[in-house]
Design a protein around this ligand. Structure first.
Ligand code: 13P
Length: 251
């Protein structure tokens, strides 16, 4: 690979965090600004209720904020949903779309995820588009086929002109302490890279490919050193400043 990619370490807080949790972000901001600047972009995706308040602490420390989902619509009669322009207005610059928890809990299909990614791009947000196989699919030898299908159908053509991030998160690795072997991660990320290049040419070479699923201080160095792994999407370990900075420093 000739292109240099600035890695991204993004924390997904999921449905965790009250205003009190901003103390942890103050701690994170202090750690990141105390020493050498991190060798990656650092992002946090808190619940939408915290984006605005968190941004006041995060922005001066260079931490980018993101949402965890957005509607495919910009506005309208969709009680309880949040649109991409709303997230941008609150201070977000990114948004996770198609996380496996949303695919499972809310029946989101690849087509819905693609529409959400388009809505994000239209509002100037960078979508972090998630793909990943279940344990049953991996055991049946279908991981490659499933993930390839998700990638093809969830990533919009507009990705050719805009910044998009792809996160490979095997469902069975999320919150379980289990991770694929480094060889399996390398193989999946190589396959994702090849597909992006064949679809988007040079742009596909520069798109960030994150690994997610039980990424912790103890395994970050090994996983983040794998070819075509351009950072991580971190769940549990992003809630504590000490753990999250340890992963950031592992880049
Ligand atoms: P964990 O890091 O808690 O396994 O969660 C990963 C994840 O789902 C990030 O989006």
């Amino acid at each position: 690979m000739t292109q240099t990619i600035t890695p991204l370490i993004a924390g997904n807080w999921k449905m965790n965090g009250l205003r009190q949790s901003l103390l942890e972000v103050e701690k994170l901001a202090a750690k990141l600004t105390a020493g050498e600047p991190p060798r990656c972009t650092v992002a946090l995706c808190p619940p939408a209720t915290l984006i605005n308040a968190m941004n006041r602490i995060a922005a001066p420390a260079g931490i980018v904020l993101g949402g965890q989902d957005c509607s495919a619509e910009a506005s309208g009669a969709h009680t309880g949903d949040l649109s991409a322009p709303m997230l941008a207005d609150a201070g977000a610059q990114m948004v996770i779309v198609g996380h496996s928890e949303r695919r499972a809990d809310h029946g989101e299909t690849d087509e819905m995820v693609r529409q959400k990614a388009i809505a994000a791009l239209t509002s100037g947000l960078t979508p972090i588009i998630c793909v990943g196989e279940t344990r049953a699919q991996r055991e049946a030898g279908e991981a490659d086929a499933v993930v390839s299908r998700q990638l093809a159908a969830s990533v919009p053509d507009q990705a050719a002109e805009h910044d998009v991030v792809i996160a490979y998160e095997p469902v069975w690795a999320i919150g379980t302490g289990l991770t694929p072997t480094s060889a399996d991660i390398a193989q999946m990320h190589k396959s994702l890279r090849d597909q992006l290049i064949s679809r988007f040419g040079g742009r596909g070479e520069g798109m960030r490919l994150l690994y997610g699923g039980s990424l912790k201080p103890g395994n970050a160095k090994e996983i983040l050193a794998i070819a075509n792994v351009n950072g991580g999407l971190v769940g549990g370990a992003s809630l504590l400043a000490d753990d999250f900075t340890a992963i950031i420093w592992a880049v």
